[in-house]
Design a protein around this ligand. Structure first.
Ligand code: SAM
Length: 246
């Protein structure tokens, strides 16, 4: 039987395609892509001619059987999404779960991923972080999620749909008044920028320069320091207790 390769593609800068990923895309029998028209541009840039089929959130469950049959017939298949690493706020989880359950050979190829790229350039603690994905679009649900994450000591990382950055910053202002926030915008692209400040400082920056509100964003919020202190106190208390009991 064949192999499913889960292949990361660039998040803006085509040079971030790894040589291994480019080679595998050129070798497989078929490419499953979130949006075949979008990915056809990448494949043509790489000089790759290959059969494609779509795999997106609305047909992923049905595609499992189709792709499994191709694998059974000995084909090698690559899964790619519009940008970055498949399965990370992108389709592919259902497919990989089902193929793993059937003991198929699944090989992930590392490459660009917006959340890791953002964290590696932000200067917020990275020893522990929580990836929160996209915030809900509805105000009530969004607020509820933020209240849930408010106590976490880890750096919080959000993906943001373009056009919603203002609303998100306003919601963050309500819940995370004094915390340091870093906005990573247009990563790996010509207008890449990192902005930092409190939510209200960032809102003021975007108002001053509306260009800064355009494009793709990763939003990172520093963790809850009080929780961190509490955790530290608990560790100290435990160490002391251990010493006394020894
Ligand atoms: N699978 C992708 C990955 O590995 O990062 C994420 C796909 S998700 C549908 C798209 C979101 O990722 C965007 O709305 C944005 O929050 C983030 N993103 C993707 N590319 C980005 C970039 N070049 N700069 C900043 N954020 C980006």
């Amino acid at each position: 039987a064949g192999t499913l390769y889960v292949v990361a593609t660039p998040i803006g800068n085509l040079e971030d395609m790894t040589p291994r990923a480019a080679r595998i895309l050129g070798e497989v029998d078929r490419v499953a892509a979130e949006d075949t028209r979008h990915s056809a541009r990448l494949l043509s840039h790489l000089g790759v001619k290959v059969s494609m089929l779509s795999l997106h959130e609305h047909n992923e469950a049905q595609r499992v059987e189709t792709l499994d049959a191709y694998l059974e017939a000995g084909e090698n298949i690559a899964l790619i999404s519009d940008a970055g690493t498949p399965l990370i706020s992108d389709p592919g989880f259902v497919l990989v779960r089902e193929l793993r359950a059937r003991n198929r050979h699944v090989v992930p190829l590392p490459g660009a991923c917006a959340l890791v790229t953002a964290l590696s350039g932000a200067g917020l603690p990275t020893d522990r972080f929580v990836f929160c994905g996209f915030l809900p679009a509805k105000q009530g649900a969004r607020r509820q999620q933020l209240v849930e994450w408010k106590t976490r000591a880890e750096t919080l990382v959000f993906y943001e749909s373009p056009h919603r950055i203002q609303a998100t910053l306003e919601a963050l202002h309500e819940q995370f008044d004094k915390r340091r926030i870093v906005l990573a915008r247009e990563l790996t692209k010509t207008f890449e920028t990192f902005l930092q400040g409190t939510a209200s400082e960032l809102l003021a920056m975007l108002e001053e320069d509306p260009n800064q509100a355009r494009g793709e964003f990763v939003v990172m919020v520093e963790g809850n320091k009080a929780e961190m202190d509490l955790e530290f106190q608990e560790i100290k208390a435990q160490t002391l207790l251990d010493a006394l009991l020894a």
